[in-house]
Design a protein around this ligand. Structure first.
Ligand code: SF4
Length: 383
């Protein structure tokens, strides 16, 4: 398929793997930030193609996985109220709350609907003037423009029976929190290309400077990831710090200004809790005072609700790169996609779901692949 096959070319992959092997002299730990990148890595076995010195650990960039339990409980509470049409992207419906999920609310008569765009909620609201449509506004910087647009349009079109339950988080503060931890193992990041397509990558430059690390903005196809890893390894081996952009077909240094202006119109930066990780200062969005009337937490008075996270689920440690899914005692036993204990087993971007679906039940790596080089070898650090 055009625009896909060329990024999955096995000959090119082999060439980059060989180049990575050639430049690697010591152990390095690299974190891919985004859960979409994790799924590509596990699905295509990219981690198993690398030299044994290179370890990939999986980051917190799965919005479903890091949405706190108390927000899920708030969603369930709101969705159970009479007169509410609760709309969400599909992944969120199976995320376990304290005692049930949104599918259970739907099964017991709640009007819970899957939407593909937050703007669809405005149409539903206009068609149901006697009910209130609540959209579960979850995500990173990638979904913030569309979610902002829905709230902005609701205000402009005077749609009063619409509200949002906001759980927006931001990537750079999470990277900073991981790097600041005394237990941190991450020496370099593959930054999430789609986040940078909205925000640019200027905000990563101070992180690279402060923590003296290389960051490579990377895409989502196998060759994107291999090239991103290659660039990280080159920078690590050469002692270079800074930010490089592998995903040039979608990302510029500067932000997408119209998108960012719209986000700033509707949202302001606030402290946020991350599931399994805890509170990270200035790591998310909340509605600005001008749009507070659309805040579902206030409208339904659930903003006081607090619950304790499950002790059994260690997803917070997985998303900080400290454990792998198969290190969790519940993985594949009491926790499966059919009966998940944590969000990382549910989400299509969750690390536990990736390990389960692609059969990574043990910690051992396969014997290192030996490549036959076809054609000319790339020169070191120049694929
Ligand atoms: S396997 Fe299940 S319980 Fe264990 S960390 Fe993953 S989601 Fe949590």
């Amino acid at each position: 398929m055009k625009f896909q096959d060329e990024y999955r070319d096995p000959v090119a992959a082999e060439r980059i793997c060989t180049a990575i092997k050639k430049v690697t002299t010591r152990p390095w730990t690299i974190m891919e930030v985004c859960g979409g990148q994790t799924h590509t890595i596990v699905k295509y076995g990219i981690d198993e193609l690398l030299p044994h010195e290179i370890e990939l650990v999986h980051g917190p960039g799965c919005p479903v996985c890091v949405t706190p339990l108390e927000i899920i409980d708030k969603a369930i509470e709101i969705a159970s109220r009479p007169g509410v049409i609760f709309c969400s992207f599909g992944d969120m419906l199976r995320v376990p709350g304290s005692d049930r999920d949104l599918f259970a609310v739907k099964a017991t008569g709640g009007d819970v609907r899957i939407v593909y765009s937050p703007l669809d909620c405005l149409t539903i609201a206009e068609r149901n003037p006697d009910r209130t449509v609540v959209f579960f506004a979850v995500g990173f910087e990638t979904t913030a423009p569309a979610n902002s647009m829905a709230v902005y349009q609701a205000k402009r079109r005077n749609i009063k029976n619409f509200a949002v339950l906001v759980s927006h988080v931001l990537v750079p503060p999470a990277m900073t929190a991981i790097l600041s931890s005394p237990r941190n193992r991450v020496q370099s990041f593959l930054a999430a290309g789609h986040v940078c397509a909205v925000m640019g990558y200027e905000e990563y430059l101070p992180i690279a400077e402060e923590f003296k690390i290389p960051i490579v903005v990377t895409g989502f196809e196998p060759l994107d990831l291999l090239e991103g890893i290659y660039r990280c390894v080159c920078m690590l081996e050469e002692g270079r710090i800074g930010v490089e952009n592998q995903y040039t077909r979608a990302v510029r240094r500067e932000a997408n200004l119209p998108a960012v202006e719209l986000i700033r119109e509707v949202f302001e930066i606030s402290d946020r809790k991350w599931r399994g990780i805890g509170g990270i200062p200035q790591s998310g969005f909340r509605l600005t005072p001008a749009y507070a009337e659309f805040d579902a937490e206030r409208r339904y008075a659930v903003d006081h609700l607090e619950v304790a996270e499950s002790k059994e689920c260690v997803s917070g440690l997985i998303l900080q790169g400290l454990l792998k899914p198969h290190d969790c005692p519940a993985f594949g036993k009491t926790c499966t996609p059919e009966s998940p204990l944590g969000a990382t087993m549910v989400s299509s971007e969750g690390a536990c779901a990736a390990y389960y679906h692609y059969g990574r039940f043990r910690g051992e790596r396969q014997p290192e692949t030996v490549y036959t080089i076809q054609g000319q070898e790339p020169s070191p650090c120049r694929v």
